[in-house]
Design a protein around this ligand. Structure first.
Ligand SMILES: Nc1ncnc2c1ncn2[C@@H]1O[C@H](COP(=O)(O)OP(=O)(O)OP(=O)(O)O)[C@@H](O)[C@H]1O
Ligand SMILES: Nc1ccn([C@@H]2O[C@H](COP(=O)(O)O)[C@@H](O)[C@H]2O)c(=O)n1
Length: 688
């Protein structure tokens, strides 16, 4: 996951390849709660690992469920019934025993506190289940969760006899739940269906816990987002509850319903997450299709119907039971006028596809967007306008006219995963306008590796991929600076010196003398090195860890010797240029800006006085327990600098367009800040 402040997207050109999608959030959180409410153990395969599922798992643990990792799957052992099989919740007389028994708060504590982040799929169903199960709880979340309505659900539960207080604003979390006194199950329970379908879902999942008789739920108003109710009914069926339904207005939980674990259950991939890759294929699947694995025509998720909408806009989609393949069909895409009530989440992706359409696109019946992670109608309109689109925002619709002139834009994401994911698709704009996605880690809610997945199937020409070069003499701090700048920007990092160090080490180990007479043998060796830079910061040569072996002063000197041989340098060019991958690269060395990436967008030539550098290296070695004298170190580095800058090929020197940075008097943070400022000044959406 990209945990940077922002992620800059270079102009993208095409897409093609395969993505395997993570599990559905909607199914994952329903399955977790149902497993917790069932007796015995349920092994859940392909569970989504994201912020919202982590929040649910933490809550279930706090309630006394056992949660165990089992070879990539999760085993949930449900809340046990009370030891005596007796009644729960303060001695209610109308419900039977044997129901799940949440872990009560420790003696003396008022309420068990559950923090549910911004997960509506945890807040709503847990409110209903805990209100019926008994015990005292406080349910809270992030500030936005406290702005998301829950009043209709609380009203429905209060009709039943549940006792729930608002701890902040009336109608919104945080909530305090007390044990109910007596439950009224004889009259139908009325719940509004036109604000969020999660209220009905919450009741459908909670009421089987107390269905000593038929329990009827009546939906007031037009039920929105019906496909999510279909998922709920489907999951309930898998856990032994056969709800009877009359249209979309009346649902009956039969008397004697009781949760039964299916033992094992597979979570299908997220159809809403698939929408970004369906759109990707429609926009950029020019020479090859984008293949999506994990979800397909057989999906139980309503958002799979996004495929129909994408087809209407021109996407060429082939499908199998659990895969989709999407290519560009009509281009530009065809403008549409659509009722999106059945695909509220995925419809956000249509709003971005509309940027590439041949006329205005209208998305209707999307009022529910206003009460999601953010007010998505307002957020969408604001951010689409930044790109140059003409947008009309209605109470429950959005009309998008594609930009006449695209603008580079910083996309604010409002802590809303879907804003980040769908806006990334604007990077294919024909104007090549740059895009900055703010707070990219918000995708962690449902698809933590979204951007990694995206980068694995998109292509662009090399010159579009940003590169920052940091060249300079030894011990000037290039590696320290470059790796930190890469981390802050979410870019790849190339330590080109390590390649020469490895070559020197491999050649020495092969018994080759590091001189001109062996130039071609060393070059041949350099061209065939099996090198891995591990994510843990280790360097492997043919599977062997050489991290420490290449860091000695001797290895540095040997690197300098082999690097003076032109054939060796040539042998390493393609390898180094191969590091230029999306979303960008920071490379440090001696000739990054002059030879390897002459078109780099920013070149920095980093220096410090020889005395400073010798002192830094001295400290570095001493801290590793390696003894050295300042005088010897200074002599060594001056000898190395001399060899590096006087060699015939790619000598150490500043590129003509490099910015000079003498960091003798600077801290590491000051030099990093300086380079990031220079980088920012080069961005098209710079505030300067
Ligand atoms: N601006 C700075 N102020 C103080 N110390 C620094 C600064 N930059 C780097 N250092 C320290 O100097 C030492 C050498 O830095 P680093 O290894 O990054 O240099 P380098 O230029 O990459 O060296 P080489 O070319 O030999 O690989 C490190 O211990 C680092 O923490
Ligand atoms: N682009 C580069 C990088 C390094 N070298 C040579 O390798 C030696 C070791 O580099 P470090 O950055 O790890 O110290 C260095 O002294 C250079 O001789 C190079 O030529 N080109």
């Amino acid at each position: 996951m990209f945990s940077t402040d922002f992620l800059d997207l270079a102009p993208l050109e095409e897409a093609g390849g395969t993505v395997v999608l993570p599990g559905s959030k909607s199914i994952s959180n329903r399955v977790l709660l149902l497993a917790a409410l069932s007796g015995g153990t349920t092994v859940v395969h392909d569970l989504l690992d994201s912020d919202d599922t982590r929040v649910m798992l933490d809550a279930l643990r706090a309630l006394g469920c056992s949660v165990e990792e089992q070879g990539g799957s999760i085993a949930i052992t449900g809340m046990a019934p009370p030891p005596s099989g007796g009644r729960l919740g303060g001695g209610r007389s109308d419900v039977d025993g044997g129901r799940p028994h949440p872990n009560p708060p420790p003696e003396g504590e008022g309420a068990r506190k559950l923090f549910l982040g911004n997960a509506g799929t945890a807040m709503r169903p847990l409110t209903a289940a805990l209100a019926l199960l008994g015990g005292t709880y406080e349910l809270s979340g992030v500030p936005r969760m406290h702005e998301r309505p829950i009043g209709d659900l609380v009203d429905a539960l209060r009709q039943l006899g549940c006792r729930i207080d608002y701890l902040g604003n009336e109608g919104f979390p945080p909530l305090r739940i007390h044990p109910a006194t007596a439950l009224q199950l004889d009259a139908p329970i009325a719940v509004r269906g036109d604000v969020s379908s999660q209220f009905l879902t919450a009741l459908l999942m909670a009421l089987p816990l107390v269905a000593s008789r038929d329990v009827v739920i009546e939906v007031v108003g037009e039920l929105i987002s019906r496909p999510y109710i279909e998922i709920t009914l489907n999951m309930l069926q898998r856990f032994g509850i056969a709800v009877r339904r009359e249209g979309w207005q009346r649902f009956t939980i039969p008397a004697g319903s009781r949760y039964r674990s299916p033992g094992e259950i597979h979570v299908e991939a997220d159809a809403s997450s698939a929408s970004y890759f369906v759109a990707l294929g429609a926009i950029a699947g020019v020479r090859q299709p984008v293949r999506i694995e994990g979800v397909g025509a057989g999906s139980i998720q309503g958002d799979i119907r996004f495929v129909e909408a994408a087809r209407q806009m021109g996407a060429d989609v082939a499908s199998g039971p659990n895969w989709l393949e999407v290519r560009r069909g009509a281009w530009p895409l065809k403008a549409v006028d659509l009722d999106c009530n059945h695909i509220p989440d995925a419809a956000m992706t249509l709003a971005v596809m509309a940027l590439y359409a041949d006329g205005p696109t209208t998305l209707r019946n999307i009022a529910s967007w206003r009460v999601k992670e953010t007010d998505r109608l307002a957020a969408m309109a604001t951010e689409l306008r930044k790109l140059g689109a003409d947008v009309e925002e209605g109470a429950d619709f959005l009309r998008v006219r594609p930009p006449r002139a695209w603008s580079a834009a910083r996309i604010h994401t409002y802590d809303d995963h879907r804003m980040a994911m769908c806006f990334a698709l604007a990077a294919f704009n024909p104007a090549g306008a740059h895009l900055r996605i703010e707070d990219p880690k918000c995708v962690g809610k449902t698809f933590p590796d979204y951007f990694e997945a995206l980068f694995s199937v998109v292509q662009t020409s090399r010159p579009h991929i940003p590169v920052i070069c940091v060249d300079g003499p030894t011990a000037s701090g290039k590696g320290t600076l470059a790796s930190e700048v890469a981390r802050r920007l979410g870019y790849h990092y190339l330590d080109s010196g390590a390649l020469y160090r490895i070559t020197g080490l491999a050649a020495t180990r092969a018994g080759l003398v590091l001189d001109e007479a062996h130039e071609h043998s060393i070059a041949k060796l350099a061209g065939s090195l099996d090198i891995v830079f591990s994510t843990a910061g280790r360097v492997l040569l043919s599977g062997q860890d050489v991290t420490d072996a290449i860091r000695t002063e001797e290895a540095g000197m040997n690197a300098s010797r082999v690097s003076a041989l032109p054939a060796v340098r040539t042998a390493l060019v393609a390898l180094q240029q191969g590091f230029r991958r999306l979303p960008g690269l920071v490379a440090d060395g001696r000739d990054m800006g002059t030879v390897i990436f002459p078109d780099a967008q920013l070149k920095v030539y980093l220096t410090a006085s020889a005395a400073q550098r010798a002192e830094r290296r001295h400290k570095q070695l001493i801290s590793k327990g390696i003894s050295a004298t300042l005088a010897a170190l200074r002599a060594d580095l001056e000898a190395r600098d001399h060899r590096d800058s006087s060699r015939a090929v790619a000598p150490l020197k500043p590129a003509e367009d490099a910015l000079l940075l003498d960091n003798s008097g600077q801290t590491v943070e000051e030099s990093v800040a300086q380079v990031l400022r220079w980088w920012e000044e080069k961005q098209p959406f710079s505030t300067k």
